[in-house]
Write a protein that binds this ligand. Structure first.
Ligand code: ADP
Ligand code: MG
Length: 319
């Protein structure tokens, strides 16, 4: 449905994107993940036709966004990083205005207004001036703007940034709900966020794609998975290490600092192996009074370290 082909973007001397290629199929939810300055917003701005790439292009079905931006815009709803709000308008007025400018009127406009108001939970703030809204409600109003014309594709640039944990969960749930009927691309710099919502992740770093695949494929490319085991600090480190060394598919154990009588161990295991039963079995055998064992998600730093090392490239997940 969406195909980015050899995208390059130079802002003067800054090379924000370098030969970026990826595809998005109808109905997918893609998490575009990368640190600040990676090129996420630039990529989304090109797809939504807000800026033109220096080189390469994006196709929406067979439409080239550079040659034919209007039909592309009609099919896309876009929540930019900087919210496109008019502070002196009331929420109702603003959404009506956006609806009109996207070609809606009469009963159809009313129907869409009702829909976005309900989905984005805006009823209580309808008569308020946008400037008076909290950050969370401003975000919801901007999201409603992106959805008012019922686009097939929804592009969200850091939709949860600046929100409190409660608001983050609300926005996540809304994205999940939208996912049943729309194609979604959203950017974030938080790995857990993409894990929670999507099953395909495109990781971008310094203008280049470093990984593109499901969480399982990413794990395979990393070459390991990791677990966290919290034990009382009375259990000797040597015991823990030697016990784990005897298990199959375990690559190593590292101890964190002792805190409040506990030590958190990080256990590295081979990728895609079911090692949890072995770990729990070992804990039982050793009669460790364990406090917690759980899968530990990768941090972005770990992923970058591993996937941007030259010898780790081309393990199947990189492009
Ligand atoms: P991200 O959204 O991943 O944080 P961006 O796409 O906003 O990254 O930016 C990528 C790079 O391009 C950064 O180095 C940023 O400073 C630079 N950049 C972005 N927009 C502009 C611009 N309008 N003019 C000059 N440099 C820009
Ligand atoms: Mg950005």
């Amino acid at each position: 449905m969406i195909k980015a082909e050899n995208l390059c973007m130079h802002y003067g001397p800054v090379q924000a994107l370098q030969h970026v290629n990826f595809e998005v199929k109808k109905g997918e939810i893609i998490g575009l993940l990368g640190p600040n300055g990676a090129g996420k917003s630039t990529t989304l701005k090109i797809i939504t036709t807000y800026i033109y790439p220096t080189e390469g292009t994006v196709y929406l079905d067979n439409i080239d966004v550079r040659e034919n931006p209007i039909p592309v815009r009609q099919r896309i709803g876009y929540l930019p990083e900087q919210l496109p709000l008019y502070m002196d308008m009331e929420v109702r007025e603003y959404l009506q205005f956006v609806g009109y400018s996207r070609g809606l009127s009469g009963a159809k406009l009313q129907e869409r207004l009702d829909w976005v108001t309900k989905k984005c939970g805006l009823k209580s703030v309808f008569p308020k001036l946008i400037r008076e809204l909290s950050k969370g409600y401003k975000q919801r109003t901007a999201l409603a703007q992106a959805l008012i014309h019922d686009p097939e594709i929804v592009i969200l640039d850091e939709p949860t940034s600046g929100l409190d944990p409660h608001q983050i969960i609300e926005i996540r749930n809304l994205i999940k709900e939208l996912a049943t009927e729309k194609t979604i691309i959203f950017s974030t710099h938080i790995l857990q966020e993409v894990e929670a919502i999507t099953n395909r992740i495109i990781i971008i770093n310094r203008g280049k794609i470093v990984a593109n695949g499901s969480m399982a494929e990413l794990e395979n490319a990393m070459g390991y998975q990791q677990f966290q085991l919290v034990l009382p600090s009375a259990v000797a480190l040597g015991d823990v290490k030697s016990a784990f060394q005897k298990l199959e598919n375990i690559q190593g154990v590292e101890a964190g600092e002792a805190k409040n009588g506990e030590i958190a161990y990080s256990i590295r295991a081979n990728a895609s192996k079911e090692v949890r039963p072995q770990i729990t079995q070992l804990i039982k055998e050793k009669k460790w009074d364990f406090l917690e064992v759980k899968k530990k998600p990768f941090t972005l730093e770990e992923i970058f370290l591993q996937l941007t090392e030259p010898e780790n490239k081309h393990k199947g997940v990189n492009q």
